[in-house]
Ligand binder design. Structure first.
Ligand SMILES: C[S@@+](CC[C@H](N)C(=O)[O-])C[C@H]1O[C@@H](n2cnc3c(N)ncnc32)[C@H](O)[C@@H]1O
Length: 282
């Protein structure tokens, strides 16, 4: 018979051996999901014995994690902002640093009056859903080139009760969009194409290429978006983009060349310049 604590130790060791970088937490999450037990039970009753079926279910999930499938894909969800979003292999798993873009957006939006926000490359919907949750008078449009990603965003909007304020549309950045937005947000793909293969297997093998590939220098999507931004950004409006490590000054330069005034970039908690904001003249 296997106890909760013995299984936790065994799974942790298997994940360590597979090179997983958070083996303790992931082992606990796999046991919770596979054995159907809560975190409190694992801590409070560690010597509880598990059935063979529970052990087999945890083993099946552990094999997937050993093969470096992301924990978010195995669990089907990821915590972001104040909620959980459903994630599948069709969307980027939202990252903690992206919450900085949400913070910036929330600060830029009025508390008590209507505003329209556009999220380019909406993916799971994490960014725009967090913004809509914080700003009840705001309405949003999320665009993605991937229909499969939009289906995930739609399901998340419905589950969070925000679908009445969020329109989702398939498209190539701003192509074909009409109307003007007070705020345009984007966390576009920004990894230089030839660096993708060298990323962790969770990312390189399991996240959608469309969500990662920023072209030869990682900046292709910013160039495209900035070249079309006047079509959708209202006079006096603001944009806020997430950028990759070391890209902030290049993105500011591209934005200024396209006619926008930019601000000092915002740093994430690791000290990486992570969000570039700028404005269209009124
Ligand atoms: C880095 S992911 C960001 C996903 C989500 N907004 C987040 O922050 O977690 C970039 C998203 O841009 C989308 N995308 C890539 N090329 C696009 C294009 N030409 N037009 C619209 N969306 C695009 C991808 O499908 C992906 O969902």
């Amino acid at each position: 018979m296997t106890t909760l604590v013995a299984l936790w130790t065994e799974v942790r060791k298997r994940l360590e051996a597979a090179g997983v970088d958070s083996p303790v937490v992931d082992a606990r999450l796999l046991i919770e999901a596979g054995a159907g037990v809560g975190r409190i039970e694992i801590i409070a009753d560690p010597r509880r014995e598990l059935t063979e079926a529970q052990v087999a279910a945890v083993d099946a999930l552990t094999r997937r994690r050993e093969a470096r499938e992301p924990i978010s894909h195995i669990l089907g969800k990821k915590a972001f902002w104040t909620f959980e979003v459903a994630v599948t292999r069709d969307v980027l798993t939202p990252r903690p640093e992206t919450e900085l873009l949400v913070e910036a957006a929330v600060r830029l939006l009025p508390k008590d009056s209507p505003a329209r926000v556009l999220d380019l490359g909406v993916g799971s919907g994490a960014i725009i859903l967090a913004v809509l949750a914080e700003r009840p008078f705001t309405t949003g449009l999320g665009v993605d080139v991937s229909e499969a990603a939009l289906a995930v965003a739609r399901a998340n909007a419905e589950r969070l009760g925000l679908s009445d304020r969020l329109e989702l549309r398939q498209g190539d950045w701003t192509e074909g969009l009409e109307g003007q937005f007070h705020l345009v947000l984007s966390n576009p793909p920004y990894i230089p194409a030839d660096e993708i293969a060298g990323l962790q297997p969770e990312v390189a093998r399991h996240e959608p290429r469309l969500a990662l590939d920023g072209g030869a220098d990682g900046l292709a999507a910013y160039r495209r978006i900035l070249s079309q931004l006047d079509r959708v950004l209202a006079p006096g409006g603001t944009f806020a983009f997430e950028v990759g490590r070391g890209q902030a000054e290049s993105v500011r330069t591209l934005a200024e060349a396209a006619g926008y005034a930019t601000d000092a970039p915002l740093d994430d908690i690791a000290g990486v310049a992570r969000v570039v904001t700028g404005h269209r003249a009124a």
